[in-house]
Write a protein that binds this ligand. Structure first.
Ligand code: 5GP
Ligand code: MN
Length: 335
């Protein structure tokens, strides 16, 4: 962020600030948002956090999570708050379409916008940009941001716990996107009193019986392995959604189970929601699922973790994906 001095000046007096993050907020979205929220509140600013849609229950313990405004639920209130903001933070997303209808409200606003994110190909809509696609998480970048603000002392236990939440969830508890820099940051968070063991427990050991049964169903009945393409596919039908009463968040993380097979390098989860078919992809090593999601499923994300959508029904979407595979056969064989 070359113009960090300008941002520092802007933040040197109390401001009306709104923090936003992406639809279906994950641990990094809520972690980075609440980390910045608590930091700015302590600096004397007036701060609101607005998400397009609800966050999963396993983040409800986070300090002030209950104050987050959900645009889907309270659109008028959320829009009113957005319109009076002097500064809007856009955290953990790279394009205004990732915040749906909120994006249409934010785009024309003339207030200052700050983007902090680690997704590929950031859109050019913010005045201040801290984008690093090599970062494990937006929460890791919040550390860089506070360092740039020359305010690392702003990382108290609360801010640190929020940052640690995004780091733990976006790295799958340090399984991917790690770096020496990340471990140094984590060491510092522990020194400041963050209890990593407790956080792992509240975040990850929180699945419901229903979620475990959905996982069992998917593993037993809805899994297809394509060994020739080192690819695994999970599906869930509209009927599955009804019979298991699947809610948003219930299928979080399921796609990763496919990667537990040694010879599966690409994992795909295709699930039929009421209006769209949602696609989640994960990969191991030098294979970009971001490219597939961007080119063929109106989506994007990261090289090894991306998502998208399709409007053509479940089996048509599965077939469309399978037809793409021969194009990548050589690349997959080399993995
Ligand atoms: P998930 O599969 O967990 O929903 O998402 C994995 C990654 O892909 C996340 O980093 C998320 O931001 C990104 N992603 C998921 N769905 C979409 C989408 O529809 N569009 C774009 N651009 N990115 C997505
Ligand atoms: Mn993230």
């Amino acid at each position: 962020m070359e113009n960090i001095k300008e941002l520092k000046t802007l933040l040197s007096i109390p401001r009306d600030i709104v923090i936003t993050s992406h639809r279906n907020p994950d641990g990094d979205a809520i972690g980075s948002s609440l980390a910045v929220y608590h930091y700015l509140i302590r600096q004397g600013h007036t701060v609101d956090v607005i998400f397009p849609s609800e966050y999963p229950d396993n983040f409800a313990w986070m300090p002030d999570a209950d104050k987050i405004l959900i645009h889907d639920i309270e659109p008028e209130d959320a829009n009113r708050v957005l319109k009076k903001a002097e500064i809007i933070f856009a955290l953990d997303y790279n394009a205004l379409e990732r915040v749906d209808k909120m994006g249409e409200v934010i785009a024309p606003l003339t207030c200052k916008k700050v983007l902090i994110d680690h997704h590929l190909y950031p859109e050019n809509f913010a005045d201040f940009v801290l984008s690093d696609t090599t970062a494990s998480s937006t929460c890791e970048l919040i550390y860089d941001f506070l360092e740039m603000m020359e305010d690392k002392k702003g990382i108290d236990v609360t801010v640190g716990e929020c940052m640690m939440t995004g780091i733990l969830t976006d790295t799958g508890s340090f399984k991917y996107s790690t770096s020496p820099k990340l471990f140094k940051i984590v060491a510092e968070l522990l020194e400041r009193g963050v209890d990593d063991y407790l956080l792992q427990d509240v975040i990850f050991n929180s699945v419901t019986e229903k979620q475990l049964r959905i996982l069992g169903h998917v593993l037993h009945n809805r899994m297809e392995i394509l060994p020739e393409y080192k690819t695994g596919i999970f599906t869930l039908t509209k009927k599955d959604y009804e019979s298991f009463n699947i809610q948003r968040g219930d299928t979080e993380g399921i796609v990763n189970y496919l990667l537990m097979m040694k010879n599966v390098k690409v994992a795909v989860f295709i699930h039929e929601q009421p209006k769209i078919v949602k696609i989640s992809m994960r990969s191991k090593g030098d294979f970009s699922v971001q490219e597939i999601c961007r080119k063929h499923f109106r989506g994007g994300g990261h090289k090894n973790a991306s998502g998208g959508a399709s409007y053509s029904g479940l089996s048509a979407t599965v077939n469309k994906f399978k037809r793409l595979l021969p194009e990548y056969a050589e690349q997959l064989a080399a993995l």
